[in-house]
Design a protein around this ligand. Structure first.
Ligand SMILES: Nc1nc2c(ncn2[C@@H]2O[C@H](COP(=O)(O)OP(=O)(O)OP(=O)(O)O)[C@@H](O)[C@H]2O)c(=O)[nH]1
Length: 411
């Protein structure tokens, strides 16, 4: 079910733009033209967040803000301008953010915030801070922006929480702590995890010169001097989490085949090599299949390249269904590989035979043009530590399958 947002705005054109932005971010949106209307809507619906105009006909001094905050609706305030009086009023309440409508970037900024909030629900942040008061303050800020929070009261405990929760993305590290100070903790985290996987934000109340530089040199991505302002905290945190997201997107693109969305050759080699090492240590045989569509050139020649592309995409979707949990990839052209991470050779051969038969009897239904096709498969099960050697062996078997008339498995 889509998340629901409450827009409290009395200017219809602005409300319409905000609603459009919210829908483009995946929300369902309700508009209230006044505080009174908002009160009615809140009795009927549960809201994920609210965008609140500071000045409304029946709430001229920001009175809608305490209303949404009191109802535990995370609130983004939109103001015409941010003079001292407005800022003082806005600062009084634990809101998500305020945005000035005059700013040209206002609506892009709103869109960024609305995109981040649901994303934050899956971002785990570890707060390592020995002062309970300070830890609670940081946690309350994180909670307001819907982050998942884990806590530790010193570096040793922090490392243990990290070990148990490898999916933590952000670690907020205080410097002045018993057992292990923040700089030491940073260095230890960086020894274990790269900055492509985890962001570290150092915090300290100390006046020690160069502490920020020392934190950064120990592997922190950012630094905040205590007591810090909530707005700055959110800006730095969001930018760092955005950066992790960008890295993850780039990594995904680099590892994914653009047409079929299956892992590509590069990713296959990286992952299969990793698995191979484990298999070699355990003296286990590795199972690998090369799967190639028969006479694929004819499909392109007879129906055109676009139909060929459709066939490849529909074909690729079957791998998850037939080989769940295994490493399947498009190696190039009409050639695919499956590296089996478990099961015996016999069990994997059975799965491959089911797959081959399914293609033989159902392939015509994959594309709008009813193009029927078959596949040839080369399968190898061997004690071979090198993945490229294993691929060569499977490839040889594939040629045997092709030579023997296609639409079969050679092993
Ligand atoms: N539509 C489409 N065609 C591709 C793509 N990549 C490679 N091809 C085509 O796939 C065809 C592969 O042809 P061949 O290597 O001769 O193999 P084949 O026709 O499948 O014959 P056998 O493998 O011997 O059964 C070539 O015509 C390539 O142009 C792609 O991404 N999309």
């Amino acid at each position: 079910m889509a998340r629901r947002i409450l827009i409290i705005e009395d200017t219809p054109t602005i409300a319409k733009v905000q609603k459009h932005i919210a829908i483009s971010c995946g929300y369902e949106a309700d508009i209230a033209g006044s505080l009174a209307q908002a009160k009615t809507l809140v009795t009927d619906h549960k809201y994920f967040c609210a965008v609140v105009d500071f000045i409304l006909p029946d709430a001229p001094s920001g009175e809608a803000i305490p209303f949404t905050v009191k109802n535990e609706i995370p609130t983004i305030v939109m103001t015409g301008n941010i003079d001292a009086r407005t800022r003082a009023a806005v600062d009084k309440y634990p809101i998500i953010d305020y945005i000035t409508k005059e700013n040209k970037q206002a609506y892009q900024y709103l869109k960024n915030q609305l995109t981040r909030l649901p994303r934050n629900e899956s971002v785990k942040v570890l707060v390592v801070e020995d002062s309970r008061h300070s830890r609670m303050y940081i946690c309350s800020l994180l909670k307001r922006h819907k982050y998942q929070i884990l806590e530790a009261s010193d570096g040793v405990e922090g490392l243990e929480v990290l070990r148990q929760n490898p999916d933590i993305s952000v670690i907020i590290v205080d410097n002045e702590m018993p057992k292990m100070n923040g700089e030491e903790l940073c260095a230890e985290i960086r020894r274990l995890y790269s900055n492509e996987d985890k962001v570290i934000i150092g915090v300290s109340g100390s006046d020690t010169p160069h502490l920020s530089a020392r934190f950064l040199k120990s592997g922190a991505n950012d630094y905040l001097r205590k007591p810090f302002n909530a707005e700055e905290f959110y800006c730095r945190l969001s930018l760092n989490v955005d950066m992790l997201d960008h890295i993850a997107t780039i990594r995904l693109q680099a590892n994914t085949d653009y047409l079929t969305k299956l892992p590509n050759r590069r990713y296959f080699f990286e992952q299969a090599n990793r698995e191979q090492k484990l298999h070699t240590v355990k003296k286990l045989k590795s199972n690998l299949a090369m799967i190639d569509i028969d006479h694929f050139k004819r499909i392109n020649d007879n129906y055109g390249h676009d139909v060929g592309d459709d066939v490849l995409s529909s074909f690729a979707m079957l791998f998850e269904k037939f080989f769940p949990g295994q490493l399947a990839a498009r190696m190039g052209g009409e050639e695919f590989a499956v590296y089996f991470t478990d099961n015996t050779a016999e069990q994997n051969l059975e799965k491959l035979e089911l797959f081959r038969q399914y293609i033989e009897f159902n392939s015509a239904s994959f594309s709008a043009h009813q193009v029927a096709f078959t596949v040839s498969i080369g399968f190898i099960s061997a004690l071979e530590p090198k993945i490229d050697e294993l691929l060569k062996l499977a490839d040889r078997k594939l040629y045997v399958a092709k030579d023997n008339g296609r639409n079969q498995i050679a092993h």
